[in-house]
Design a binder for this molecule. Structure first.
Ligand code: NAD
Length: 480
């Protein structure tokens, strides 16, 4: 087998120790890899590079396409960009895969039968990081969800289930509230689920789904969800499986992939030969499967399970009664190496048959829909409290048949016929539409904005209201 060149970054804090341990194990197991090391993280940040990575290092990562990364320390204070978020977005790593499996009774958990995989969308949602303040009292963050983004992550989840013999894919969203954004994610899930009739599928509203997952995680198999929910729930899932210190994750893109532990650089434990290398090792096992070396991945995972089962534990897992030997990072790695070729007795041994990375078909853009401009929301910064007064100010800017139809404040309708009890901020959404339901033009919006400016009305942004193929594609006011 020819050797696969991979990029390795040893990171900060406990990073170098757990990376050395991880590499020693996979090399001993026969991984056919050649390592190209780069420096990222604290040293690079503190040298004045706010991205934490040099341009030449990007070249190495892009050339090798596979990146095994130890945790890094993001220095405190403003100005430093999270290298993790940057890497995921720059390299288009759209899928974050986090298996969370209990190792009971060898690692204490309330959920001995838990064995689930969280597949988190990794590029979109509120993590686009597009935020604004346009009035004194209100700040906003734009939640972006795209059809290609949804199709890729949902298809990845079903392909993952197929490849790893998983029986069910569950989708978590909050589409009862966010009918457009989470609604699209759910809709795409339903569409793609039909292509995989052999795999069970279901959808849960995220709040009750999260409660169920925390209480009865064994009810789930693969769970796919938008970015923010996945970020939160994957840490919870890892923690209730036993420890965040045991979980690894992969970040998969069309071209490149990055593998890591889910925990951070634990600076307090650095340099003491104490840290548990298991999380990073789990990341490395996913990497071996990804680069088509499943037999090595299988050998390492079974040896690791056997070691955990023998009670050879680092300090974070060590418990009187279940553990037999307290070891350091290096000794743990040596114990796993000694167990290579062996299998666990009580924990279920793994068998990885297909190690190839999951290749999705290229996204095919659909025919554009028929798009009609039906109105505009003008967002107004206004310090008053009585919406009737604001409506009276706005009436004079109406032009022709384009009329003020509604005012909302933080999404709730306050005019016409609002409630006095509704608390209002200085950020008002004022909806203008053609009174006969006909389309409006961009010129109508320009006229509205011009008139508002003439009358010193502070319009801070506008949102166009469209129909796509005759279907309204904007939210109603709550209470409308
Ligand atoms: P952390 O995960 O580094 O550590 C929290 C605690 O968990 C540690 O004090 C330690 O007691 C324990 N722990 C974590 N990993 C362990 C291991 N392998 N073995 C044994 N015990 C372990 O979280 P933190 O303290 O909030 O963050 C420290 C630094 O790590 C910060 O600079 C943060 O930005 C960074 N971080 C990096 C990544 C990454 O690179 N992927 C992820 C999270 C945090």
């Amino acid at each position: 087998m020819s050797k696969k060149k991979i990029t390795v970054a040893k990171g900060d804090g406990i990073g170098p120790e757990i990376m050395d341990a991880t590499l020693s194990i996979i090399m001993a197991a026969g991984a056919q890899i050649e390592i190209e090391e780069i420096e990222v993280g604290e040293k690079v940040y503190l040298s004045g590079n706010t991205a934490g990575i040099a341009k030449e290092s990007w070249d190495v990562i892009r050339r090798n396409k596979v990146f095994l990364k130890a945790p890094i320390t993001t220095p405190q204070g403003g100005g430093y960009k999270s290298l993790n978020v940057t890497t995921r977005k720059f390299l288009g790593l759209y899928a974050n895969v986090r298996p969370c499996m209990s190792l009971s009774p060898f690692v204490k958990t309330k959920h001995p039968d838990m064995d689930l995989v969280i597949i988190r969308e990794n590029e979109e949602d509120l993590y686009a990081g597009i935020e604004h303040q346009q009035t004194d009292e209100v700040v906003q963050c734009l939640k972006l969800i795209s059809r290609p983004g949804c199709e890729k992550i949902v298809r990845y989840a079903f392909e993952y289930a197929k490849q790893y013999g998983r029986k069910k894919v569950t989708c978590f969203t909050k589409d009862n509230i966010m009918k457009q954004t989470d609604g699209l994610f759910h809709q795409v899930f339903d569409e793609i689920a039909k292509e995989y009739p052999e795999i069970e599928n279901e959808h849960w509203i995220i709040d009750i789904g999260a409660a169920k997952m925390s209480d009865t995680p064994e009810a789930f198999d693969v769970i796919v969800m938008p970015n923010l929910y996945g970020d939160v729930l994957s840490d919870i899932a890892a923690q209730i499986a036993g420890s965040v210190g045991l979980a690894g994750s992969s970040n998969i893109g069309e071209e490149c992939a990055m593998f890591e532990a889910i925990h951070g650089s634990a600076p307090r434990r650095a340099g003491q030969n104490m840290a548990n290398p298991s999380g990073l090792l789990q990341g490395a096992i996913m990497m071996l499967n990804h680069i088509g070396q499943p037999e090595v991945a299988e050998k390492v995972q079974n040896a690791w399970l056997k070691t955990i089962e023998e009670g050879i534990h680092t300090y974070d897992l060590y418990k009187e009664g279940t553990s037999t030997k307290l070891v350091g990072t290096k000794e743990f790695a040596e114990a796993v190496i000694a167990n290579l070729g062996g299998k666990p007795n009580q924990l279920k041994p793994v068998s990885y048959k297909v190690g190839d990375s999951i290749k999705l078909p290229k996204y095919v853009r659909r025919q554009p829909a028929k798009k009609d401009l039906k109105g505009a929301d003008l967002f107004v910064h206004w310090g008053g409290t009585n919406p009737d007064e604001l409506a009276a100010m706005l009436k004079p800017i109406e032009s022709g048949d384009v009329k003020l139809t509604m005012i909302t404040n933080r999404g709730i309708k306050v005019w016409p016929e609002g409630f006095e009890e509704t608390f209002c901020t200085d950020h008002w959404r004022c909806r203008f539409k053609n009174k006969n339901g006909e389309n409006i033009s961009k010129q109508d919006i320009i006229r509205l904005l011009g008139e508002a400016d003439n009358k010193n009305i502070d319009v801070v942004k506008t949102e166009n209201l469209y129909q796509f193929d005759g279907k309204d594609a904007y939210s109603l006011g709550q209470g409308q």
